[in-house]
Design a protein around this ligand. Structure first.
Ligand SMILES: [Fe+2]
Length: 241
């Protein structure tokens, strides 16, 4: 089983500036974490984390916290079938997600930044309400993933907004570098998505055959039905201090 030895990860500090050292540390971490498999973390679909008591309610999600420092955080999301981690962002962060078992639908987006300047990509839905602006995004990934599969990685300016829907019970190892931090401006924002055709905007034209790849995203409060129970990971040791 791969073990992530943090002192070795940090041993480059004598030779590289701090920011480069952080990037190298995270890169090494991801290489190690990419090797972690279901059997290494002692999780099975039959465990209570992966069943929902009430089929009429949105399934509760469990987050098993493994480790956090200034440079990264690591944990495992356990989702029962139909469990959803709704559309959210990772400002200024790089995120590595590895499906350990199960089938997961992943949808991710990029902000649209490459249209000509006369085409608006941010619009106000109504001048009479306090509703947030709608911002144009392009779908980057919209597919089912079956474990074992390659990890998916999002970057500060690539695929930074995503949502997960569990097709079957699933476990996902998540590594965030750096972690969320409100004081440092890395706050998690949730979004509602709308089809491109929901709004017609003067001056904005997208070829008809490409329109399904575009959607409007609007900030919203954290969904009330999102229930994430945080527990400490207690399986086999995977991070050595
Ligand atoms: Fe995420």
């Amino acid at each position: 089983m791969p073990k992530i030895n943090l002192p070795i990860v940090n041993s480059t500090s004598h030779f590289f500036p701090l920011i480069l050292n952080a990037m190298i540390s995270i890169f090494i971490l991801w290489l190690c974490a990419g090797e972690i498999k279901q059997e290494d973390v002692g999780l099975k679909p039959e465990m209570a984390f992966f069943s929902s008591n009430n089929p009429r309610r949105t399934p509760k999600i469990t987050y098993l916290h493994i480790y956090e420092c200034q440079q990264f955080s690591m944990g495992i999301f356990c989702l029962p079938p139909s469990g959803v981690i709704p559309l959210h962002n990772h400002p200024g962060m790089t995120v590595f997600s590895k499906l350990l078992f199960g089938t997961m639908h992943i949808k991710s987006y990029d902000w649209v930044v490459d249209l000509p300047p006369h085409m608006p990509t941010i619009v106000k839905p109504s001048s009479e309400t306090e509703a947030s602006d709608m911002r144009l995004a392009k779908v980057k990934v919209d597919a089912d993933f079956n474990a074992p599969c390659d990890p998916s990685i999002l970057y500060p300016a690539e695929g930074n907004m995503h949502w997960f829907t569990a097709v079957t019970a699933c476990a996902v190892l998540d590594v965030l570098g750096p972690p969320y931090s409100d004081p440092d401006g890395r706050h998690c924002t949730y979004y509602q998505n709308f089809p491109f055709s929901s709004y017609s905007v003067d001056g904005l034209s997208i070829p008809e055959e490409e329109r399904t790849a575009y959607e409007w995203l609007q900030e919203k409060e954290k969904p009330e039905n999102l229930k994430v129970v945080v527990k400490m990971y207690s399986g086999p040791k995977i991070v050595e201090n």
